[in-house]
Design a protein around this ligand. Structure first.
Ligand code: C5P
Length: 417
């Protein structure tokens, strides 16, 4: 499991909207990821869902009443403390009424008092029926919250409980979680202010308009790396050959490519980035010429002539000797034999800082699965084998290693807009 949410103090404010049932799932997922979730329900929220639901899911007391007497301190005083100690305050679903109150600094219930006392990032996920979200009054409140630095997770377009259609539905849990991770990462991540490019998936080398040569790479390790870079607060571009097959991490810039040549062009156009992580399984060869029409089986036995693809990583590694771009260069090596010899040779030949190598013949270290067993090969140090773990955990360790390089070099991020 990823570590970003572990031990994080999150206050979840729930308002009175039918979408309140959806955030029970959010509270559960946050808790499962290790966060300490303190839920506050408004009066209206309790018409839709009970405190007991959230208490059971989070294993923590749920607060509803500004004037209650909880564990000694009156609730309105205890919640100033809660607001101050929270690392993230998320209000989901946020109704037009609560948005208006907080935009104007009103504090007449426990949630609005806590929001005023909070010193952490504030995230609102508005959800409301009819045209309420698009009403100029709501939009003005949203704009003023944004101007003060709050993050607004835009509601999605769809069908409302009333039967009307429009913008106002709460996004699904996966999306809400992705936004919360993004906000936490940008607030406290070790790679804040850095730009990271990750490549993912096996390239597809066209034979004709319907067929291609490729490999078994699923892209999962690359997607996990992109998520880990986002968690660390970086701006992330994911150059993917499997864009339609895996859900992209929330907040990533996704560029869909197919062949090695396309991938190379996109990588080389990103010369401003700080870190390049080449996790893609780039095909070493491509058909010498791709036919413009579909090859027919009744044609004479086709002959396949292959030519070598550019080695993107090696090319970047060479350029790097002249201009120092990118600051940190990471490659992957999937081997079936002599892991140490091949991975060490790649570290040199590709002028990389880190080669993440795995032996494909080992159990749990493969293309499609959820786990990986890798060894880090770095300059001047003994190879560092890591245990069998999830691809997400491997990704976190790679990004932690990257962040350490900046820290060791006392290299401060450049500011960008
Ligand atoms: O040489 P090999 O293919 O084993 O090297 C693997 C590493 O090199 C990976 O990081 C892969 O993304 C990169 N690579 C590349 N261009 C190629 C072949 C591999 O960038 N044509």
């Amino acid at each position: 499991m990823e570590t970003l949410l572990q031990g994080k103090r999150i206050v979840l404010g729930v308002c009175g909207s039918i979408a309140a049932y959806k955030v029970a799932d959010l509270a559960s997922k946050l808790t499962q990821a290790g966060a300490l979730v303190d839920v506050i329900l408004t009066d209206a929220a309790q018409r839709f869902i009970t405190p007991l639901t959230f208490q059971a899911l989070t294993g923590r007391p749920v607060s509803t009443d500004l004037w209650g007497v909880g564990s000694g301190l009156p609730t309105h005083i205890a919640h100033v403390g809660l607001g101050e100690s929270a690392e993230l305050l998320v209000i989901a679903p946020a109704t037009a009424n609560t948005l208006a109150k907080i935009a104007h600094g009103l504090a007449d219930d426990l949630l609005s008092v806590t929001a005023l006392a909070a010193r952490c990032p504030l995230v609102f996920a508005p959800a409301m029926d009819g045209g309420m979200y698009e009403h100029p009054a709501t939009q003005a409140n949203v704009a003023s919250l944004r101007a003060r630095g709050a993050v607004i997770i835009e509601p999605v377009v769809g069908r409302f409980a009333s039967g009307l259609e429009g913008r106002g539905r709460l996004p699904e849990t996966r999306e809400l979680l992705g936004h919360l991770r993004r906000v936490l990462g940008q607030h406290m991540g070790a790679l804040r202010g850095r730009r990271v490019v990750v490549t993912a998936g096996g390239t597809r080398e066209a034979l004709d308009p319907v067929r291609y040569l490729s490999n078994h790479s699923s892209g999962k390790q690359g997607y996990a790396l992109a998520q880990a870079a986002l968690d660390a607060g970086a701006e992330v571009t994911l150059i993917s050959t499997v864009a339609g097959h895996l859900p992209p991490p929330i907040g990533v810039e996704l560029v869909s490519v197919s062949s090695a040549a396309e991938m190379e062009a996109v990588v080389l156009a990103r010369r401003e980035v700080d870190v390049l992580i080449m996790a893609a399984a780039v095909a070493d060869f491509r058909p010498a010429s791709a036919q413009s029409y579909k090859l027919k089986k009744d044609q004479a036995q086709p002959q396949l002539e292959l030519v070598q693809n550019p080695d993107i990583l090696a090319g970047v590694g060479q350029m790097r000797q002249q201009d120092g771009w990118p600051r940190v260069l990471v490659g992957f090596a999937a081997e079936t034999n002599d892991l140490h010899t091949h991975a060490s040779a790649k570290l040199e030949r590709k002028n990389a800082d880190l080669i993440v190598a795995n032996d494909l013949t080992e159990p749990g270290a493969g293309f499609a699965g959820e786990t990986n067993r890798v060894t880090f090969f770095t300059r001047g140090q003994a190879p560092q084998p890591l245990p069998l773990q999830s691809k997400a955990a491997v990704a976190e360790q790679v990004l932690a290693w990257v962040a350490q390089q900046f820290a060791l070099a006392k290299d401060a991020p450049k500011h960008y807009t």
